[in-house]
Design a protein around this ligand. Structure first.
Ligand SMILES: Cc1ncc(COP(=O)(O)O)c(C=O)c1O
Length: 381
């Protein structure tokens, strides 16, 4: 799915020099590299402040906590996302309330929010999934009407835009993950919160460091979620390359689009007008009834993504189902009473999605080969 070594080969001298510099300085946790990265990432997101953290999961936890989420509260979360979106809510003792997604974009369906708002709703999490911004205007409108903050889970979509606005900068705060496989990936775990709210940024800086506001002086209970300098320096090198890498991802996606178009029963990523997709993943749907083909309407087609994945594997092509079990059906959340049929769009997506390799260093020949094998694997009986 991903060849991190191929990327490293293109930047090895820069990375080695940057790491060498940190080794010379011998400051490893919270330092000049992290501070510079905070400024650079905030700018890249069109936000005023960045607060470097130890992971994207903790960005969600600290961010939700700073928005006032506490034990007994409810947070509205899309059901089709990585588990961390929900577990960050649970870590605070709050209850995730799962909402369905929009079938075309895999992102939170704005029309699903209002009916789930109760007096206990303390936040709404909008996930920008797979590299595509969620439909933020109606999400922000419903949140504003009820005076509820929107937290953006921007782990997968750094650089994506929605009508010219960058993901991460539209809600109260945006949470980033720099997990190694992300479009901007560290060489370990790292994360960040971006926000336009200075007070919030100041509080988050304390929260990530045991709630300390002065030397060995804690004003509230916090976390140890500090960004380390080795990760920050790696990320700063990579950030310089991110615009070119994103362009490559977009070119590769267009090539897949042209090679896979008109495949019966297969639908390709759809980008609504006004949004720029950064293709963290290139995710197709197999057996999508929406494609309207006779083949796709056969009973049983909904489980074809597993079959296609198996056929691709036999031909040496990697593919991954992100995500096979929606959050409301995760064993972790059995006590919340979710049942199959509750959130049908998410459940159908979970059965139908298949992500195929897409990263900047892929060659045209590799993409053509993957597309050819996908064509064969989806059209065999
Ligand atoms: C949508 C989403 N949210 C949250 C996270 C958590 O980020 P991390 O792995 O950095 O904790 C990830 C990625 O791993 C993610 O994809």
């Amino acid at each position: 799915m991903l060849d991190l070594r191929a990327q490293f080969e293109t930047i090895a001298p820069e990375i080695r020099a940057a790491v060498e510099q940190v080794l010379t300085v011998q400051q490893f946790v919270l330092g000049p590299q992290g501070e510079a990265l905070e400024r650079e990432i905030a700018e890249a997101c069109g936000a005023r402040h960045g607060v470097g953290l130890a992971s994207g999961t903790e960005a969600l936890e600290l961010g939700l906590h700073a928005c006032g989420v506490k034990a007994g509260d409810e947070v509205i979360v899309p059901a089709f996302t990585f588990i961390a979106t929900g577990s960050a809510v649970s870590a605070l003792g709050a209850r995730p309330v799962f909402a369905d997604i929009d079938a075309a974009t895999f992102n939170l369906d704005p029309d699903q929010i209002e009916a789930r708002i109760t007096p206990r709703t303390r936040a709404i999490v909008a996930v920008h999934l797979f590299g595509l911004a969620a439909d933020m205007d109606p999400i922000l409108a419903v949140a504003d009407r009820h005076g509820i903050p929107v937290v953006e889970d921007n782990a997968q979509s750094l650089g994506a835009t929605n009508h010219g606005r960058k993901t991460g900068s539209m809600g109260r705060l945006g949470c980033l993950s720099f997990y190694p496989s992300k479009n901007l990936g560290a060489y370990g775990d790292a994360g960040m919160i971006v926000t336009n709210d200075e007070k919030l940024a100041v509080r988050l800086r304390a929260l990530r460091n045991h709630g300390q506001t002065g030397q060995y002086l804690s004003t509230e209970r916090g976390w140890n979620s500090r960004l380390d300098e080795l990760q920050a320096t790696v990320l700063r090198v990579k950030l310089r390359h991110l615009p070119a890498w994103t362009t490559k991802r977009q070119e590769h996606a267009r090539l897949y689009d042209s090679l896979l178009k008109d495949l019966p029963g297969v639908s390709l990523p759809r980008v609504p007008p006004g949004r720029e997709h950064v293709y963290y993943l290139y995710t197709i749907r197999i057996g999508d009834r929406a494609s309207g083909s006779a083949r796709a309407n056969k009973p049983g087609d909904e489980a074809r993504s597993d079959l296609v994945q198996q056929r691709l594997k036999e031909r040496g092509i990697a593919s991954t189902v992100y995500y096979p079990v929606p959050l409301h059906l995760q064993p972790l959340y059995a006590s919340l009473g979710g049942k199959p049929g509750d959130l049908r769009v998410s459940e159908r997506a979970a059965r139908q999605v298949l992500s195929i390799p897409l990263y900047p260093e892929l060659t045209r020949e590799q993409i053509e080969r993957v597309a050819e094998e996908v064509r064969k694997a989806t059209q065999e009986d």
